[in-house]
Design a protein around this ligand. Structure first.
Ligand code: AMP
Length: 280
């Protein structure tokens, strides 16, 4: 496993691989089993695997947690060691945004809702850095988690619109035994908040069960999810959404029978904002 810190060095390594297929797993590090499930799949499906570890400052708003975002590269390298990873790309900010940098890649429509509504500059930061990573690594496949569902929809749009010659692979959300979606940010939770946080998965599971029982009303599903989360005193709801799984537009009235609906939410536990979702 090579540790590569510059764009030019990554390009040299990539050139040696020629026409071999490369799988790319973009991450912000502080890896957990969710990230590793993407790495494992990339290593199986491609000749070469590149994992990027980069806490991208342009996707954080000034009031967000860029400074305190957990970082530990030695820990990340140790977690990646058992997998068949060819290169870990760990650029610094000067490498990704050198003096004079002034280009942004932005996706219009699907960034307006959900996370994009609450974090207006977030997705332009994501698409810009991911476009750069695609150009630097030239992967045949890129791996993203369902946990960040809007990110997958936004990047899929960018890939189609800008003709990136690669396949986007969306992998299922990996959860702790009690249902809490794995996230680097779970580290921020106090013990009491950590015990309270699985209410999110219980609420999403409730919606899934109600849908299977025939509940088709978006408002009613939303209220049931809200009711369960509000029963947890440490939880403070940012939003709960029932939206079209493809356009991400809010559903009013009945769920469409033939298309997946996306129930997604963002909830604070203290200062920590957790997101989760389920497609029903
Ligand atoms: P991050 O380091 O949080 O930017 O995440 C890097 C990639 O890992 C993104 O594609 C995430 O969606 C994915 N990911 C994060 N948490 C999970 C999880 N619990 N299960 C599956 N994928 C995840």
């Amino acid at each position: 496993m090579r540790i590569v810190m510059s764009v030019s060095a990554l390009r040299e390594v990539r050139a040696l691989w020629g026409s071999e297929s490369v799988g790319l797993v973009p991450t912000m590090g502080y890896l957990h089993e969710g990230h590793l499930s993407l790495v494992e799949r990339a290593a199986v499906e491609n000749d070469r695997t590149v994992v990027s570890v980069y806490v991208n400052p342009t996707q954080f708003a000034p009031n967000e947690d860029l400074e305190r975002y957990p970082r530990n590269l030695e820990r990340d390298y140790a977690l990646l060691a058992p997998f068949n990873v060819d290169a870990v790309f760990v650029p610094d900010n000067g490498e990704m945004y050198p003096q004079g940098f002034q280009t942004t890649v932005s996706v219009a429509e699907v960034t307006r809702y959900l996370e994009g509504e609450r974090r207006p500059s977030h997705f332009a930061g994501v698409t810009t850095v991911v476009a750069k990573l695609f150009n630097i690594v030239q992967p045949a496949r890129a791996y993203f988690g369902q946990k960040d569902v809007q990110q997958t929809v936004v990047i899929a749009r960018m890939v189609r619109d800008l003709n990136f010659p690669l396949e986007l692979v969306v992998c299922p959300t990996v959860r702790e035994a009690d249902g809490l979606a794995m996230s680097s940010r779970n580290k921020y939770l106090s013990p009491a908040e950590r015990s309270a946080a699985p209410v999110l998965f219980r609420a999403l599971s409730l919606a899934e069960r109600q849908r299977k029982k025939g509940e088709m009303d978006a408002e009613s599903l939303c209220q049931q999810v809200r009711g369960l989360i509000e029963s947890e005193p440490l939880a403070s709801i940012d939003y709960i959404s029932v939206a079209d799984g493809e356009t991400l537009q809010e559903i009013e009235g009945a769920l469409p029978a033939a298309r997946p609906a996306l129930i997604s939410l963002a909830v604070y536990f203290g200062e920590t904002r957790l997101i989760d979702n389920v497609l029903i």
